[in-house]
Design a binder for this molecule. Structure first.
Ligand code: PNW
Length: 484
């Protein structure tokens, strides 16, 4: 083990999941509906006929899943709370559901008893349907941020004595673009996708984005003003983002396109949240006033909100090629094309089991270092993982043999180490996506991201080989000797 492969002993690591993807039990114990229940039900072709009604039935089998975490030696577990289990209609004046709160209390208690640190995501895309019906959900910036703040406060009050690591929102980019531009995720609004509900994709994604930014800001301020002193935790946000290289490295416009692409994906949220300033200039230039402004009052809140860490969800990288044509007003990328091959025909990385995901560990290192240098906050990698080539459709006996996933993890951990030791980035934790195979949103149950095989008929869980490897990889890097 060479010197640059080491990780500090307090490096946090574990596995991640999200409520709608694993819990099932959608109408049990008073849970209200979410926009994902509606999305799956109204038009089943949008999710390959799949829905989260049963999923992994984690709501009933949660103890088995925590047994897996114990067996895998995880130090930490990232999960999300279903908002509509806690507040069935979602709003700040709506009643709480004690049964839902009790479910998460027992989960958290059991994690703590096992010595596993809980990392709680407040919002992983499952907005209460009640808020969608009442005022259009994320399209109502004023209402949604106040309801989110109230929901966050309930979680701080009820769970914050034991939960010290908070993630406000998961991937607001995906929620905004997939929910309001391409329409492939709930609430499925789009002006270009005929299978979707008609929406105005020239404005709605940017409004939904602002609503989520302000929701994050309000939750952070609430925590800092009223809970931090007593609870002494940390709070961050998880942003998705690929790393982009120029398609033609001799063309300065392609260099600019790569930079713009990352600004449109990450800077959109990171500028206000971490730099406390307006959206990136390239977004303002392309979108003009379709990109909502921040008022003076909002800017004051943005100025006050101190976010502790950058949660990074990273899977893959791409090439960016500039366009000469003017952007369409539904263009959310920044007037460019994204490609998996560069001008010389070089692939960005090795193919995985999913069309959009290629393994690009060297570019992961560049991404980590870029994000750290730009935003200056400690990074926790809150998601990273892949399905293996051909894994969709494999039997359990075949799928548990997953050398591709092991290599993916190992090479991405190498990238983290290099970014820490050679580029001096501050990276403090890593969560593999996912603890178990689960509902991959609009792709249904096909793609398998888990380190545990889920049999969706019997709900039996079987560890894949990669499940136990992470513990060894971290032990080696952290200089820990494991008992035989
Ligand atoms: C993330 N893309 O979403 C989510 O946070 C998880 O819930 C999800 O299961 C995981 O990544 C794997 O997909 C993404 O198309 C969905 O580039 C799609 C993309 C990226 C991330």
């Amino acid at each position: 083990m060479n010197k640059t492969s080491f990780l500090p002993v307090d490096f946090e690591w574990g596995f991640a999941t999200a409520a709608y993807q694993i819990e099932g039990a959608v109408d049990i114990d008073g849970r209200g509906e979410s926009i994902w229940d509606t999305f799956c039900r109204l038009e089943p072709t949008r999710t390959n006929g799949a829905n989260g009604d049963v999923a992994c039935d984690h709501y009933h089998l949660w103890e088995k899943d925590l047994d897996l975490l114990t067996r895998y030696g995880a130090k930490a577990y990232r999960f999300s709370v279903s908002w509509s289990r806690i507040i069935p209609f979602g709003g700040r004046n709506d009643p709480l559901n004690e049964a839902g709160i009790a479910f998460y209390n027992q989960l958290i208690d059991s994690l703590v008893m096992r010595g596993i640190t809980p990392w709680l995501t407040l919002y992983h895309w499952d907005l209460p349907q009640g808020l969608q019906n009442r005022y259009g959900g994320w399209l109502n910036v004023e209402e949604s941020q106040l309801d989110f703040e109230r929901y966050a406060r309930v979680c701080f009050e009820r769970f914050g004595d034991r939960v010290k690591n908070w993630i406000t929102l998961n991937e607001p980019w995906i929620q905004s673009i997939y929910g309001y531009s391409t329409g492939v995720n709930a609430p499925g609004r789009s002006s270009t996708n005929e299978q979707s509900e008609a929406g105005d994709s020239s404005t709605e994604p940017w409004i939904a984005g602002k609503a989520q930014i302000m929701s994050h800001i309000r939750a952070v301020i609430a925590y800092n003003r009223d809970f931090r002193r007593q609870q002494d935790g940390q709070i961050g946000i998880s942003l998705n983002g690929d790393y982009y290289e120029p398609w033609d490295s001799s063309d300065s416009l392609d260099w600019e396109a790569a930079e713009w692409r990352m600004e449109f994906q990450i800077g959109w949220f990171a500028n206000p949240v971490f730099l406390k300033k307006d959206y990136p200039e390239c977004m303002r230039r392309q979108l003009g006033l379709r990109l909502p402004q921040f008022t003076h009052e909002e800017l004051a809140l943005i100025e006050e909100a101190e976010t502790d860490f950058y949660g990074m969800n990273y899977y893959t990288s791409q090439f960016a090629r500039h366009r000469n044509a003017k952007p369409l007003d539904t263009d959310f990328r920044g007037n460019l094309d994204e490609l998996q091959c560069n001008r010389e025909g070089k692939q960005v990385g090795e193919e995985s089991g999913l069309y959009w995901l290629r393994s690009c560990p060297e570019l992961f290192r560049k991404h980590l270092t870029r994000v750290y240098r730009l935003y200056g906050k400690p990074i926790y990698v809150t998601e990273n993982g892949c399905p293996c080539p051909g894994e969709d459709g494999m039997t359990c006996a075949e799928a548990v043999n997953d050398p591709y996933r092991i290599r993916y993890f190992e090479s991405h951990l190498d990238a983290i180490c290099k970014s820490i030791h050679e580029d001096e980035a501050s990276i403090k934790g890593y969560f593999a996506w996912a603890l178990l195979d689960n509902l991959e949103w609009s792709d249904g149950y096909g793609p398998r991201f888990g380190v545990t095989f889920t049999n969706y008929e019997t709900l039996e869980r079987t560890p894949k080989q990669s499940a136990l490897m992470l513990r060894q990889m971290f032990a080696e890097r952290q200089g820990i000797i494991l008992a035989a």
